[in-house]
Design a protein around this ligand. Sequence first.
Ligand code: FAD
Length: 254
Amino acid sequence: MLSKVHLPSSAAEAAGLLREGGWLIGGGTVVMPKVNTGAVPVDHLISLRNAGLAGIEVNANTVTIGAATTLAEVGADDRLGFLDPVIRSIASPPVRNLATVGGNLLVPQPHGDLAVALLALDATVHVESVNGRRAISVGEAVAEHEVVTEVHFELPTAWRYRKAMRRRHNSAAIVIVAAVLDGERTRIALGGVAPRPIRAHAAEQVLRRDPDAVVEAAEAARAGIEPFDDAYASAWYRARVLPVHVRRALLGED
Ligand SMILES: Cc1cc2nc3c(=O)[nH]c(=O)nc-3n(C[C@H](O)[C@H](O)[C@H](O)COP(=O)(O)OP(=O)(O)OC[C@H]3O[C@@H](n4cnc5c(N)ncnc54)[C@H](O)[C@@H]3O)c2cc1C
């Protein structure tokens, strides 16, 4: 049974507490239902609310977002207007008011829409533990006693985002396509088609060779996917519609 909620005032303090046991909580949209139903027995929660990990900095082209920043705060920042469609596609306003960037990075697919966008942005994820700090990529495993502190990325020049879902609110992805179209540095990330967000490397190569080869790139996006069945779509359907959504995303179609 839950007996204590810690409110550490820094990531280092949170990491120290985490080593002693307990469960980290960002916005709690995943954690609290499990605590409240007893699905995961937890004595101690370690809240990141006061750990100084919330906030957004934009210096020239470089963006830093603290892990405890809520999705609503990201969506409200005019400097990050290109992320607005990403944020608006996630859950609903009440969930976005609680859910944090750090939590969204770690939820399993088909959730983690912002994580897909951050993968396309080639964001660096900073983590801290009692052993120090390190930088990892989006989708790379965070160790058991590590706290995600912030993400860094460069503002994109040409950005595309598309999420296929069943309804407007509270509907997880069937397929997500996020892309930075930037010549040799073109990056395409996919959601809903593998256990983690993945890069569509084969499709990227096609576009680097010929930026107009959109249909070929869309077909190539199927390479390396590991789609799954869930309440929203079958694995077969996800694989089937993926090229359609990649093509539409690349062409900027609605
Ligand atoms: C009704 C509903 C609809 C949803 N629809 C969508 C959707 O359409 N798209 C989508 O992307 N998501 C969706 N989600 C998932 C939602 O985005 C996630 O629940 C949310 O992003 C998790 O963030 P959180 O801060 O609430 O995580 P928490 O519940 O606080 O934590 C989730 C996990 O991450 C860990 N964690 C949190 N922060 C850190 C950190 N800084 N460092 C290390 N570990 C950390 C926690 O220990 C826990 O294991 C939906 C959720 C609900 C409830």
